[in-house]
Design a protein. Structure first.
Length: 135
């Protein structure tokens, strides 16, 4: 139920409700020991935190999401975690850190042949290089 409500809130642009449902879905998956679902919910929660939380909350959520993605071996989610963490760091002005996270996300996208993700990450590299004066 919360997964569907999360998506509906996201579509409506209601970020507070998106976060509430992401937290609830994550809590349920943790309580029931559903590791693969917890992995996906952790990634969704990270996105919701990006919209409503602080940089510290985002970093904490990214660490947890990375850990569970590694534990269950979900490489596409792991790539999303690095990609979303990179976006958060970029928006916070941490350009070098964003570049490092983007590099990791790009390597995963290449390995998994996720061309759309690879394109988005390459676009961010253009912005990162421009801001670092490397263009």
């Amino acid at each position: 139920v919360h997964g569907n409500a999360l998506i509906a809130a996201k579509v409506r642009g209601d970020h507070v409700e998106e976060r509430r449902h992401a937290e609830a879905a994550l809590s349920i998956s943790i309580r029931h020991g559903l590791k693969s679902i917890q992995c996906r919910n952790s990634s969704a929660y990270l996105v919701a935190i990006d919209r409503t939380g602080s940089l510290a909350e985002m970093r904490e959520a990214a660490i947890r999401a990375e850990s569970i993605a590694r534990e269950v071996g979900d490489l596409p989610v792991l790539g999303n975690v690095f990609n979303n963490a990179s976006l958060c760091e970029f928006r916070a002005g941490n350009i070098v850190k964003a570049g490092k996270l983007s590099r990791t996300a790009l390597n995963l996208a290449r390995t998994l042949k996720l061309r759309v993700a690879e394109s988005a990450i390459r676009n961010r590299f253009g912005m990162i290089y421009a801001l670092l004066g490397r263009m």
